[in-house]
Design a protein around this ligand. Structure first.
Ligand SMILES: [Mn+2]
Length: 372
């Protein structure tokens, strides 16, 4: 990786140097593992720079990845003078972000796509594609990005395990392989092919499971990520409980596919409706997708009055992104898309049987969605 825009880093440096103890600092971080980890890394850096962590901390509701009006009101009321946002593409919400900029200077650290440029001059947007030559900017996850950026000003080496956990959670390890190996070596953590099975990979899982258990408990994961001196302290902390509970829910639902799935062996197809207690549908789908690699899987769950559908076909004999789009095509208020082996979509609950019929009809007609 090469730095292609030193000017942007210089602007970051002056933002950090201008933070004073009289600033009321806001921290807005995403509600998933990389978001919470990067937020904790930023908070640690701020604490070391000025003696206390950010004064106001907010995160998006559920998996919305957005900032709300009530967040703006809260920051305004608290008199926030500077806001640091982690792992949320605020440039996709320019209107609300510009309004925050009317009372606070904003630093956005993110690794999602680039959306709209800002008009306000006091918004500093930092994304990998704006200052590096990385071919896949998403692989510079926010935890690692925040770690590298703030390491220009303060020693964060004791938090390297948290940045590494963020990389693993976001499947963003490829550009940092040798650095991650070094972190594992430093803490004598055995490497495994599946990094999620390692002790540092579990840090990300525990943080995510806390958020899946109840978004109201996110502060516990955040606080322990800030305070833990090593990855072990985090794994032995009270958030372990959420992991145990979530894991039980996941295991239960992955097992039940055998009896509760609607199997169509002639089409190598299975429909499976799940109603887990916690928001673990995507975890269930990922595990089942790996277990039934040669099958076309459609895992669905009713959520907020809609049927959400996740499809997998890991051996890629059918492109499920094409299949889901085709099967949802004529249904009202339905949408879908994704990648060849993994896709998702949604439709009205009452249209779900039609979706199923469409999938079966298409497969019987020999639909693959693969370009020959
Ligand atoms: Mn991320």
């Amino acid at each position: 990786m090469h730095i292609t825009n030193q000017g942007l880093l210089a602007r970051f440096d002056s933002f950090v140097k201008n933070i004073t103890s009289s600033d009321v600092l806001g921290l807005f971080h995403d509600a998933d593992s990389d978001g919470i980890s990067s937020g904790a890394i930023v908070a640690t850096a701020i604490k070391r720079l000025r003696g206390r962590i950010p004064d106001v901390r907010i995160y998006p509701a559920g998996a919305s990845h957005t900032i709300r009006e009530e967040d703006v009101a809260l920051m305004k009321k608290a008199g926030v003078t500077k806001l640091i946002a982690c792992d949320v593409a605020l440039d996709n919400m320019p209107e609300i972000t510009e309004r925050i900029a009317s009372f606070a200077e904003i630093l956005i650290i993110d690794h999602h796509a680039l959306y709209h440029p800002f008009k306000a001059k006091n918004i500093l947007l930092i994304k990998p594609q704006l200052f590096t030559d990385l071919s896949q900017p998403s692989r510079y996850c926010t935890s690692k990005l925040a770690y590298d950026l703030f390491s220009r000003h303060v020693n964060l080496e004791d938090k390297d395990w948290l940045a590494a956990a963020g990389c693993i959670s976001d499947i963003a390890t490829e550009p940092w392989e040798s650095w991650i190996k070094g972190v594992f070596k430093k803490y004598k953590v055995p490497m495994q092919k599946d990094l999620f099975k390692t002790a540092i990979g579990k840090v990300g899982i525990y943080i995510n499971d806390t958020a899946s258990y109840d978004a109201k408990e996110i502060h516990k994961a955040f606080n322990v990520a800030v305070e833990a001196k090593t990855y072990k302290e985090l794994l032995d902390s009270p958030i372990k409980r959420y992991h145990t509970i979530i894991e039980e829910d996941i295991i239960k639902w992955t097992k039940h596919i055998k009896t509760k799935g609607e199997w169509h062996p002639e089409l190598k197809l299975v429909f499976y409706k799940v109603t887990p207690k916690y928001s673990v549908k995507s975890a269930i789908t990922t595990i089942l997708g790996l277990k039934y690699k040669q099958w076309i899987l459609a895992v669905c769950a009713p959520e907020h009055g809609k049927m959400t559908i996740s499809m997998r076909c890991n051996d890629q004999h059918v492109a499920v992104n094409k299949l889901i789009v085709e099967a949802l095509k004529d249904l009202p208020d339905a949408s879908g898309g994704g990648h060849i082996p993994a896709a998702g979509g949604r439709c009205n609950v009452k249209d779900y049987p039609t979706f199923k019929d469409n999938v079966m009809r298409l497969l019987r007609e020999g639909f693959t969605g693969i370009e020959k």
